[in-house]
Design a protein around this ligand. Sequence first.
Ligand code: LRH
Ligand code: MN
Length: 392
Amino acid sequence: MTTPATAENGVRDALAAQTIELPSWAFGNSGTRFKVFNQAGVPRDPYEKIADVAQVHAYTGAAPRVSLHIPWDLVDDYDALAAHARDLGVSIGAINSNLFQDDDYMLGSLTHPDARVRAKAVKHHLDCIDVMRATGSTDLKLWLPDGTNYPGQDDIRARQDRLADGLAEIYAALDEHHRLLLEYKFFEPYFYTMDIPDWGTSLVHCLALGERATVVLDTGHHAPNTNIEFIVAQLIRLGRLGAFDFNSRFYADDDLMVGAADPFQLFRIMNEIVGADALRAESGVNFMLDQCHNIEPKIQAQIRSVMNVQEATAKALLVDREALRAAQTSGDVLGANGLLMDAYNTDVRPLLAQVRQDQGLAADPIAAYRASGYGEKIIAERVGGTQAGWGA
Ligand code: LRH
Ligand code: MN
């Protein structure tokens, strides 16, 4: 029988061990098709982006990795970039390919009717794999933006066959310790079909490729009211949940701070993760953020986002699993739901403040960051040059 004390220690240890990977692009300027707002102090290159990631890690103790996006994070010397990251206590995580900003890909990339265009898209991934080798990254993350806008525009089955062939070429080029993370999205930038619109399609392709191909679940990529935690449970059950792209939304792919729009959904997702013992690093699930801070200060927004994931995780860790199983087995509907709501309604901020202090960190990361003056320092220093952004 786990005593409250050991349960409490188990919860603290799990929270202290939790890591969240940050997206380099969240530190650059971003916006919508209407406007990309420029903010003072924004990084001009991947070195400055990684310096900002290190700030988030310094105050949360939970963000030791950064995802790169190619070519947004193109540099001449990736060994030097990886060394710069190491010096700052950060490692290079997933390498994201980019198939959504090239005129050649207007009618598709890996699905394009023209073999020359498909070959170009495959080559881009071979280049990304070289970046993985140079930076020590093990995850190649592929979001396929391909799709069509009008019925009849192209043959849906033929596009799937082309896609399967292209993915097989890319998968074959990976080193044995590399993984392929395949991300789906139900609409945008195309509006009739997306060639990987849902978890099922991504899973079908992953199963065809091999063990090291897994699904990326971006929380902003589902139809409204989709029960995302059901998808999480199913993918964990099949051993094919490779990663999350955490963010939140009110309507579409809003890429807002995770947990900001729907903290209860984030709790339900983390409840499935904890219930399946998939929070441990060994589970192979890479917890990443994928967000755009169009109007809010970016470093603080990343700190807040990490805290939101930690709070949802702490609440999920406080669910009395033994009592829950007993209630579920005995058909005690309200009892079972009540146990989850008790955990969700628990204020875990004091617990997390204690976990931070045990790690030698400030109880309130945002207050500590603001007091550091780093924000003012980068505004003063980062003058001139070209600020990083989506460059769309
Ligand atoms: C696509 C996406 C994908 C990234 C991009 C920045 O919407 O979620 O994960 O490549 O955002
Ligand atoms: Mn994403």
